[in-house]
Design a protein around this ligand. Structure first.
Ligand code: 5GP
Ligand code: ZN
Length: 110
């Protein structure tokens, strides 16, 4: 289940959670790249989006709903959802997570 050396597994266990429900947590990104920058992660360790098949269809659906609900609760109507998959795409923490970015000045997609 949880990986001893995984930063996000430890934040699931003892981090400050914006939201927690149904096996998922939302936390604030420590180095925000937008006025609102939250991270949504499954409580159980899944290395990246590549391994999304390790979640059941029901869990995967709940994860997407959790992402949408996290944005809604943060007061965001318009926002961006990003998942970096693999080191080559900028994934620095190897525990699946969804970036939820919002607020003024989000700009275009680069
Ligand atoms: P990635 O680059 O893997 O897609 O995203 C990892 C994110 O985790 C980065 O945006 C980074 O700022 C954030 N992060 C790294 N260490 C910590 C931490 O200790 N606490 C929190 N809340 N976020 C972190
Ligand atoms: Zn982990």
């Amino acid at each position: 289940m949880s990986q001893p050396e995984c930063l996000f597994c430890s934040l699931v266990a003892e981090g400050e959670h914006v939201r927690r429900a149904d096996g998922f947590v939302a936390i604030r990104d420590i180095n925000p790249k937008a006025p609102v920058h939250l991270l949504v992660l499954p409580e159980r360790h899944v290395e990246s989006f590549r391994e999304v098949g390790e979640l059941s269809a029901e869990e995967a659906k709940r994860m997407l709903e959790f992402v949408a609900e996290t944005a809604r609760e943060a007061g965001l109507a318009d926002y961006r959802v990003v998942v970096n998959v693999g080191r080559g795409a900028g994934q620095t923490v190897l525990h699946l997570h969804w970036h939820v970015l919002g607020g003024s000045g989000l700009g275009g997609f680069e």
